[in-house]
Design a protein around this ligand. Structure first.
Ligand code: ZN
Length: 287
């Protein structure tokens, strides 16, 4: 006998990771991460954590306010902005299992290398990045919440290696991780034309589940959790490859992308994509 489930999404805003942008759009340089709590009568499961120590403390307060026993935390992928809360969550909820796929753990190991942590995350968020702790590897593709099966959907290389989404049939809910973006420029710095095709195929597989709700890994806080974000992300990836062929250089690519895909925040990722595809401007870009 399975219980009816509910879910809620918490967002936390932070500065984007690409900071050497062309002038303009200063009000669109932020990005919000999502963390999703799914609960039944007694128990709850959390999907993804946040970037900074302070954000993860607020996350813990928010979970406690729901008055359920946290039985599991699931990480959709290994990027630090989704995984840096593991240590704080483990301390706050010692009985909760902290779970991820082998692919997620492998990516988190890369993020946790001292040179990468110091050269990337700690430079961007000085004094705010928690000590990295690791989840335990799932040896099956599902786990349970009060008799309801929560299924891991492998997506392969989307915004990084070994990404996943979580499917909750009871709610018709996909917690997309960074396979799906809402009104936010996606992080494409680790992609190639081939991995972007894989990404589109992964989105098509999510669409085939006919979800009622889709939580993007990054969303604008005022927005809902619309399945339309799947198609919007497919369209975005197609537009990137089209503009790759019609733009003269990185700045031209960036301007065309902002015109073709307006209404998104996190312009730093649009600029990082421009530099990836067209090459960084000679002599660097004046900020
Ligand atoms: Zn992310």
């Amino acid at each position: 006998m399975s219980n009816e489930l509910h879910y809620e999404v918490k967002t936390e805003r932070r500065e984007g990771v690409t900071r050497d942008l062309p002038e303009g759009d200063a009000d669109l340089r932020w990005v919000a991460n999502t963390s999703t709590l799914i609960w039944g009568e007694r128990d709850a499961v959390l999907v993804d954590t946040f970037t900074t120590a302070e954000q993860n403390e607020r996350l813990i307060e928010w979970i406690r306010a729901h008055g359920r026993t946290l039985t599991a935390v699931y990480l959709t992928h290994g990027h630090g902005d989704h995984a840096f809360g593991v240590g704080a969550l483990r301390t706050a909820f010692p009985d909760a299992r902290i779970l991820a796929t082998e692919g997620t753990i492998a990516e988190l190991r890369i993020q946790a290398e001292p040179a990468y942590l110091a050269g990337f995350w700690e430079k961007l968020f000085p004094g705010q990045i928690p000590t990295v702790e690791f989840p335990q590897a799932l040896d099956v593709d599902h786990f349970d919440l009060e008799g309801n099966e929560l299924s891991v959907i492998e997506a392969g290389h989307t915004d990084t290696e070994g990404t996943t989404s979580l499917w909750v049939p009871n709610l018709g809910l996909i917690v997309g991780g960074d396979v799906v973006y809402n009104a936010t420029y996606p992080y494409l710095a680790e992609t190639t034309p081939e991995t972007r095709q894989n990404w589109i195929a992964a989105l098509e597989r999510l669409k085939a589940l006919h979800p009622s709700f889709v939580v993007s890994g990054h969303k604008q806080p005022q927005n809902g959790d619309s399945p339309a974000d799947i198609d919007a992300t497919i369209q975005y990836l197609q537009d990137v490859d089209e503009i790759a062929g019609t733009s003269a250089d990185a700045l031209d690519f960036y301007r065309q992308l902002l015109v073709k895909q307006p209404g998104r925040t996190n312009v730093g990722s649009a600029w990082a994509t421009a530099k990836l595809i067209k090459g960084a401007p000679v002599g660097g870009q004046s900020a």
